[in-house]
Write a protein of this length. Sequence first.
Length: 858
Amino acid sequence: MAKSRTTTPMMQQYRALKEQAGDAVLLFRMGDFYELFAEDAERVAPILDLVLTTRDKDTTNPVPMCGMPFHAVEGYIRKLLAAGHSVAIGEQTEDPKQAKGLVRREIVEVVTPGLVASNERLDGSGANYLAAVLCEEGRYGLAYLDVSTGEFCATETERREVFEAELDRVSAREIVARSSEKSLVTRAPVRATSSLDFDPESVAKRVGRLPEGLDEDATDVAARAAAALWSTVASLQPAALDQLTGLRFYTAADTLLLDASTRRHLELFQNLQDGGKRGTVFELLDRTRTPMGRRRLANWIGEPLIQLSRIRERQERIRSWMEPDSRRQALSEALRGVGDLERRLTRVGLPGTSPRDVAALRESLSGVGRVHEVEALSNPLTEICAELERVLVDEPPNPPRGEPYIGYIRDGVDDQVDQIRSEGEEGNAYFADLELRERERTGIQTLRVKYNRVFGYSIEVGKAKADLVPEEYRRKQTTANAERFTTDELERWEGVVLRGRERAAAAESRVLQQTRGFVGERVELARGVAREIADLDVVHSLAQVARERDYVCPEVDDSLRIEVEGARHPVVETFVRDGFIANDLIMDADPNDTEAGRSIILTGPNMAGKSTLLRQVGLLVLLAQMGAFVPARRARIGLADRIFTRVGASDSLATGESTFMVEMRETATILKEGSARSLVLLDEIGRGTSTFDGLSIAWAVAEYLHDSPGLRCRVIFATHYHELADLARTKSGVRNFHFSCVERDGEILFLRHMESGAASRSYGIEVARYAGLPPQVIRRAREILANLEGGEFDESGTPRLARGPGERPPAQLGLFSTGTPESDAVREALRALDPERMTPIEAIVELQRLKQLIEEKG
Ligand code: ADP
Ligand code: MG
């Protein structure tokens, strides 16, 4: 057959809609299916696991296609969103039966990954943000919103790193940006837009209004980013605008800043192994009972506080739920009944709300009542709850897709609904016992009365008995094994019932709209209560964990000190089977404090526990500033303004993303941005390059952190470069600690107990010996070590020249090697010392003596 036809009219219609849909995947409704064509079909068939076929095979324009049944569409939409696609839904907007020629089709909705209002399309209970970014004249603006909860926030800063940390924290699913700002966004899909969208005045003109809190003449970048979001929602999902109650402007500087790298290394939300939740701080602390609480917990972890008063307020709240256990358990039970009040409120505010959505909201509201009972407070939402209770039946029916909702308004609520119902009773009665009557009349026991959406009512008789039906039966439809009939009488009653049903549906829906209006007028109040419940859920969750895991309330103050006794790593302690070894630590960045160091150099062999301790300190500070309790016997935490955590390249090779370059860039950031109040945790910095390079860098970084005015912050440096321990000899704020191990019954036993002083230089070789390397290898390794050390660095970080064993270092190198008699004396005195066995006090006494040596002679 000749390929004669070109593009069909339907494909022309498709093309026109596709043009409108732009990048969005177009779902094109055809009867009971949504079809995808051409590039869309090819692009998403693999994602959705659909089979590609071809349409219009016989034409000069065959088109690839795939499709899905309309009732299964939500699952597919969810998958497309999760894969970062937007979806345009093209519906048939006229009744195919009435259509002359091609059925009219229109795009009725565009769903994008960042703009998802309905629960069934959302992937899990976490927040789902759409963000907008803007940078102008050195100021960075960021706004984000979640239409499913109504949350809408905006902030701005002149510090790029703060902006980046916020952007990472929010981790929006999609970001609105002008092409000039695209480069600011790395991880999320970008929705390109024009400058006009970032102008509140022109957005106000176009949309007709702005959210509360946003002024038409605002010019700051935060407000303008918010305007762009408002404009985007207006064009894609105008109905959702009403859900965005109250835009909140905030300052990122009011929270403890955690950059992307720190968030990752402290494994707050994703573990380093596979990016999953297992072993994360979030998983540990999450005993929340509601999705709102879960989202709020993520906020608390992601944005720890820096104001003492707010921290103490949270501590008090947690303390109030610690005991008795029975009261907390009662709260836990009650919270469980609240469900996702936030999203249910939104759902009820949007068009297409079903009676079941409203019933779900009612359930949440009565859950709130039970929570307030436990709290012994009165419930401000009783009124809404009572109204829903009055109007809606206990269990609204759930008709198959496409059927009208009916029978969900209680009797006696609305006169018209009652009237229609009583009128419908006769018809319902006719159909109710039609089957029995006809069986009796015809003697066909297998006769059945059927109803379906397309064909309406019919009397079904199996093929074998079809000849026995009375003569007034008219054949209506033939199926595989049966014939379906109708009669004049049946058709008359069918008309009555179906019309009645339509009227009932309309009347009930009118009542439902009124009820939604009632809720809408009180939505602000309800959202306020939802926010309180979210906080309460987090408080309850933290109290639960604190109680189970034996945490204490840390003393938080504005000193620069950290003092912990019997501290544990909150996550590792849950994994270590044979008991986690608790550790003590004191550090203080106060320049007047000469006892506690501010830089801690932590040495010890592999697997000794260095990284664990480092992160443990970071997490304790983070928990404390969240207002949470901490895993320790006692803790005192001076507020930090930032926590920096950097891990040397090869230590995180598993993630495949850390290269030496990244490590160095991150280190540069710390040196640039840290302040005296920062907490810096450096793990094996410099490891990603050759030993000498790495050691030199690590040394210089440690010195800079210690010396640089304006920095001089609390630092823990975990390193296998034991040479770094020498820093303590010249830098007053440096203290050495180490982890050690012993051999027992031929096994290496890690003590996990942190002790003061540096690890022995040949620890690695010792471990190799325990591990059973042949004695001659160990001997040779010691020899080589001695050679290498001869050529390394002296106490001041100055390289020694390579020299043979036994040779003295050249006199012109090294801090004390000036060749004068007093320096010789000092050198001799130094040589006699064994710093690794000295207590800090002994060292200070010794230092005093050395100083005297010079002063006496000088
Ligand atoms: P390092 O950084 O020194 O190589 P890690 O901190 O990675 O060592 O610790 C290695 C393992 O030792 C951890 O995964 C953990 O299982 C265990 N560990 C660490 N610290 C402790 C401790 N204080 N008590 C018990 N086990 C610990
Ligand atoms: Mg380590």
